[in-house]
Design a protein around this ligand. Structure first.
Ligand SMILES: [Mn+2]
Length: 322
């Protein structure tokens, strides 16, 4: 059942013993959402925890580590935040697939896998929806709530520069700044400072980049051997898939990353001419209009993954008549 912000807030007010779920390969938005919602519910006197996510890295781990559910915690109410579908639940959370009481999300491909579903595709960051729910619950914004909310809205909008940035995104950011949040320092940590390993991976992406469809499609490859040689971590790859789209003329930037287990991850970043989510859906994935992802199992290999990703992108071009 689809619900409004008010109905979601009412359901949360009635319930207790909350467990909050984040998605696979957690980003700033899902960790920001879970961190802010957990702290907001605690401010109401509720018991609330975030389910530990084994994919969590130091980049965003600091937002959730103090909120981790203790072993054996039996939840009374399960909420997922920024999780597009049950196949995006991380290892250890699969058992909750049919047991999510409230889905809070902003992915247009979300099928509504919860008992209650609040999915708002127009929200730049899912944290904007969390902000509205906390407001409906009457939770006052404090610096400790503002920090995760700001991390979510800023990272999901590329620091307020992607096309998903709205008036509401800025309203949420303004409310966060009003609590005294040091956005300059946070932005520097989130968007400016990079490890040297990251710079080397960007160089490798540039070297591997190939162009198709009259320069409208760019494909970059991050091979496991290169990642290992450079010593790049998951955090060094955060948002790196935005790079191919920065090349002038590119409308669909495809980044293929070889995982440790041999599977290949595809990230698509697009301009207004290409629906990234429709490209990824053809490959069993999903996402947003301008950002999507899909995975190829081990055994497919980089070359075949590239061929399939290109074919899906060309098909999306044919469908749109461009
Ligand atoms: Mn998000």
């Amino acid at each position: 059942m689809n619900v409004t912000v008010q109905q979601a807030a009412d359901a949360l007010r009635e319930a207790g013993d909350f467990l909050i779920l984040t998605h696979k390969r957690p980003d700033g938005d899902t960790t920001g959402c879970a961190g802010a919602l957990c702290r907001g519910l605690r401010a109401l006197g509720k018991t609330a925890f975030v389910l530990p996510n084994p994919d969590l890295t130091p980049r965003y781990g600091w937002l959730l580590e103090p909120l981790a559910a203790p072993e054996g915690f039996v939840p009374g109410y399960v909420v997922s935040t920024d999780v597009a579908d049950t196949n995006m639940l991380p290892a250890g959370a699969e058992g909750y697939a049919g047991k999510v009481d409230l889905v809070i999300d902003h992915h247009r491909s979300n099928p509504g896998f919860g008992r209650l579903n609040l999915v708002r595709p127009e929200a730049g960051g899912c944290c904007e929806v969390i902000y509205d729910i906390l407001a409906a619950l009457g939770v006052a914004l404090t610096p400790e709530l503002a920090e995760p909310l700001y991390v979510g809205v800023s990272t999901d909008t590329g620091c307020f520069k992607f096309s998903n940035t709205t008036v509401h995104t800025h309203e949420v950011a303004a409310a966060c700044l009003a609590t005294g949040l040091d956005c300059g320092e946070l932005n520097r940590r989130l968007f400016e400072v990079k490890r040297w390993q990251r710079f080397q991976m960007e160089r490798i992406m540039v070297e591997t980049m190939e162009f198709y469809h009259d320069g409208c499609i760019a494909v970059a490859q991050l091979r496991r051997a290169d990642l290992d040689r450079v010593g790049a971590t998951t955090d060094d790859l955060d948002s790196i898939s935005g790079l191919p789209r920065q090349v002038e003329g590119v409308q669909a930037g495809l980044t293929l990353t070889e995982n440790k287990d041999g599977s290949v991850r595809l990230s698509v970043r697009s301009t207004k001419e290409v629906d990234a989510s429709s490209v990824c859906r053809k490959l069993g994935g999903g996402g947003h209009l301008r950002a999507g992802g899909a995975s190829f199992p081990a055994g497919v290999g980089m070359e075949e993954a590239k061929r399939r990703a290109l074919a899906a992108t060309e098909e999306a071009y044919r469908e749109s008549g461009l």
